[in-house]
Ligand binder design. Structure first.
Ligand SMILES: [Zn+2]
Length: 271
C-alpha cells in the first residue's frame, strides 16, 4: 500500500488551535538555543580513501582533483526529480543532475548514463532511477519546515522546535507530532512545508565531491526520520541508495494517479 495517505485523520480542534496560536504568536524562548541547526558540514574523509586519491593524483590520474574532493563544504552538483520544459514542470523517471562544472557533468554522464545537454548547466538527464550514495552520517539528512507569508518567513522549525528567528530558536513550535496530523492540517490550513536535504557522495565516483538533493516531499520527510535513526547506528560513513520509485494510488471512481517518490534506503557501512 502506498505511503501517501489521501484520507488522513482530521486534526482535532485543540491541536489546530494550538497550532494556529504557535504560527501567529511564537512563544518566547524557554530553552537554550540549539547548538547548531545549520546545514550539515563534515570535514572528515576516510583516511584510506583520501590516501588512495592522493596516490592517484600523484600518479598523474587526471580524474582526481583534490581541490574538489579534498575535505571542504563545496557541493559540486544537485540531484533533481524533474525539469522545466517551456516553463512547465515535468517529472522524470530518472535522476537529473546539475553540476557546477562541465567536467563533473561529463563524469555523471559516464557513471549514470544520459547525455550532457548542449548547455551543461541544465544538467544531465541520466538513465538511472537509483544511485548508490555515501553519507557521512545522520547529520547528512536534515528536514526543516517553513511557512512563508507576505512579510517573509512566518514559521521555521524542524517539526518540534523553532529553528529561527533567534528569539524563539529552540522553543517548542506547536506543530502536530504525527506526520498524518501534519499532512491533514496542511490540507486545511496554511502549514509549514517540509524540505528534506540529503548530502552525499557517489559510491561509484567518491572523488567527485559532495552532491545535494532537496525535496519538499512529505513522504521523504517521514522516511528521513527512519534513515537518521539507522545512520546514527552506523559508525562512520554509510552506503545508501537514493531512488525514484513509481507509485500508483487509487483515488476512487476507478481513477488512478501515478507519481514518483524519492526514497532513501540505508544499506550499511561504507568501507
Ligand atoms: Zn513547527
Amino acid at each position: 500500500m502506498p505511503q501517501l495517505s489521501l484520507s488522513a485523520a482530521q486534526p482535532d480542534a485543540r491541536s489546530a488551535a494550538t497550532y494556529l496560536k504557535a504560527l501567529q504568536f511564537p512563544a518566547a524562548a524557554t530553552r537554550p538555543a540549539l547548538a547548531t541547526t545549520s546545514f550539515p558540514r563534515s570535514s572528515r574523509v576516510i583516511d584510506g580513501s583520501l590516501a588512495a586519491l592522493r596516490e592517484r593524483e600523484s600518479d598523474g590520474d587526471p580524474s582526481v582533483d583534490l581541490t574538489v574532493c579534498a575535505p571542504n563544504d563545496t557541493v559540486v552538483g544537485r540531484f533533481h526529480t524533474g525539469r522545466r520544459i517551456d516553463n512547465r514542470p515535468e517529472s522524470l523517471p530518472n535522476w537529473r543532475v546539475s553540476t557546477t562544472t562541465p567536467e563533473t557533468a561529463a563524469a555523471i554522464s559516464q557513471l549514470l548514463g544520459g547525455a550532457t545537454a548542449d548547455d551543461w548547466a541544465q544538467g544531465v538527464v541520466t538513465g538511472s532511477p537509483a544511485v548508490r550514495v555515501v553519507l557521512d552520517g545522520a547529520d547528512s539528512v536534515t528536514t526543516e519546515l517553513r511557512l512563508w507569508g507576505p512579510q517573509g518567513l512566518v514559521h521555521h522549525c524542524d517539526g518540534v522546535l523553532f529553528l529561527s528567528p533567534a528569539e524563539v530558536q529552540g522553543a517548542p513550535c506547536g506543530c502536530p507530532e504525527s506526520s498524518e496530523e501534519r499532512a491533514a492540517l496542511a490540507k486545511k490550513l496554511r502549514a509549514p512545508q517540509p524540505a528534506t536535504t540529503v548530502v552525499f557522495r557517489l559510491a561509484g565516483r567518491y572523488d567527485l565531491g559532495r552532491f545535494e538533493f532537496s525535496s519538499p516531499s512529505r513522504i521523504l520527510a517521514d522516511a528521513a526520520v527512519t534513515a537518521r535513526t539507522q545512520l546514527a547506528g552506523i559508525a562512520g560513513e554509510a552506503l545508501c541508495e537514493l531512488a525514484l520509485e513509481l507509485v500508483t494510488v487509487s483515488v476512487g471512481g476507478g481513477v488512478e494517479v501515478s507519481y514518483r517518490k524519492p526514497t532513501l534506503t540505508v544499506l550499511g557501512p561504507w568501507s
